[in-house]
Design a protein around this ligand. Structure first.
Ligand SMILES: Cc1ncc(COP(=O)(O)O)c(C=O)c1O
Length: 398
């Protein structure tokens, strides 16, 4: 049965992912079960998506209620759950207005378009260039792929969308040098996820903000991976005591339901007018109902955010202990909150495979970094279970 389904998956689904031969069928909290009934502790969490764990009752109930009331209406009309979601995001962020879409790439695509439009409206026609960082990941649409500073991902899709320039991440002088009369914005992930959980130096993002202010450039933060509590604050920019002009969300926003958002200050947002940008499903009632339930649960009594900080610190401590035992194989532990990475000197594949065999799901980023993005409800017992298995696997493999 399982073998036949996997064969059908290979036959009918385009080969864009290297998939494990596992069919996940059911999930609750930190756990998922495969088609053989095998249980796994999920430290992937849909790659920073399932922030409340699998099938959180508040999300499920919100979806059930909304599904009975209204599934979809066009953005030609005002949509109640969309208004309520925007109200919450704006209340808890530096933004004044939201645009809703369906994914991280779409949110970044909207941010790129808004920055260009704002520059045309308020700066000059020649200002269209956006500076991004090497190692960045902003999505797979042609514009967001062009914004992504990873040559290996560009291969085969050229010519790219013009107007993007890359600089080394965490290097303020390189950024300074790259700014020209054509530059309209700087777009960065506050913590680079796909590059291998790269955290910039404490003062870097503040200097970037100052530089953007000095040169009259927009600062866009891609918080698709870092947003919705992942780093221990609702949005990662809050760690750095600065505010972006535009920021984007997706992944954790719907707690497992597809939704993206691009948020901006009023003056910038007003460059979008009817006809400038749109998305049929953007801010769909069903997706917004899930996102409202997610943000309400995240902020309800501070418990989940507090848990993210406490468990993030505990997890890191345990990973540091493992690193101490394998100093020549593990080069660094880094991250913030529950966005953690362990850089190793060998390939991640065999470790991930062996962990899955023993009932723990983790994944890899940046080629040689084991990435841990569990639901923010993870507890010490779950972390201990992962650490014991990881320690065993590493001692067998490294
Ligand atoms: C920082 C960042 N931006 C954008 C994206 C693209 O998001 P999506 O896959 O929802 O289009 C990702 C996905 O990994 C991401 O990590």
């Amino acid at each position: 049965m399982e073998k036949r389904l996997i064969e059908a998956s290979k036959k009918y689904i385009m080969n864009t992912y290297n998939r494990f031969p596992i069919i996940l069928r059911k999930g609750r909290g930190m756990k998922v079960w495969d088609s053989n009934g095998k249980e796994y502790l999920d430290f992937v969490g849909g790659i920073a998506v399932n922030c409340l764990g699998h099938c959180h009752s508040k999300i499920v109930i919100a979806l059930q209620k909304q599904a009975q009331r209204l599934l979809h209406v066009s953005n030609l009309y005002h949509i109640e759950p969309q208004i309520e979601l925007a109200r919450r995001l704006i209340k808890h962020s530096c933004a004044d207005k939201a645009f809703f879409c369906n994914s991280g790439a779409e949110a970044n695509e909207a941010a790129i378009k808004l920055a260009r439009k704002y520059a045309k409206d308020h700066m000059s026609d020649k200002k269209f260039e956006i500076i991004t960082a090497y190692g960045s990941f902003h999505g797979r649409t042609l514009a967001t792929l062009s914004a992504t500073g990873q040559e290996k991902l560009h291969k085969g899709f050229e010519p790219l969308v013009p107007g993007f320039k890359y600089v080394p991440f965490d290097d303020i002088n390189a950024l300074k040098k790259a700014i020209t009369d054509n530059t309209c914005a700087v777009m960065l992930e506050p913590i680079q996820g796909e590059a291998g959980i790269k955290i910039p130096d404490k003062g870097y993002l503040k200097k970037v903000r100052e530089l953007c202010d000095e040169k009259g450039l927009l600062l866009i933060f891609d918080e698709v991976q870092t947003g919705m509590g992942r780093t221990g604050k609702l949005f990662a920019y809050e760690h750095y005591d600065i505010e972006p002009d535009i920021f984007t969300l997706a992944k954790g926003l719907g707690g497992g339901v597809a939704i993206g958002a691009m948020l901006a200050k009023d003056k910038i947002a007003s460059s979008f007018q009817p006809g400038s940008h749109a998305a049929t499903f953007g801010g769909n009632p069903l997706a917004c109902a899930a996102a409202i339930a997610t943000i309400d649960a995240l902020l309800e009594d501070g418990f989940i955010m507090d848990n993210c900080n406490r468990m993030g610190a505990y997890f890191r401590q345990q990973l540091d202990i493992i690193m101490g035992d394998y100093p020549s194989h593990i080069t660094e532990i880094r991250g913030l909150g529950l966005m953690l990475g362990m850089e190793i000197t060998s390939a991640c594949g065999p470790i991930i495979k062996s962990c899955a065999g023993r009932g723990v799901l983790i994944n890899c980023t940046g080629g040689n970094v084991l990435r841990f993005t569990p639901p923010l409800i993870v507890n010490e017992k779950d972390i201990d279970q992962l650490i014991n298995i990881l320690d065993d696997v590493i001692s067998d493999i490294l």
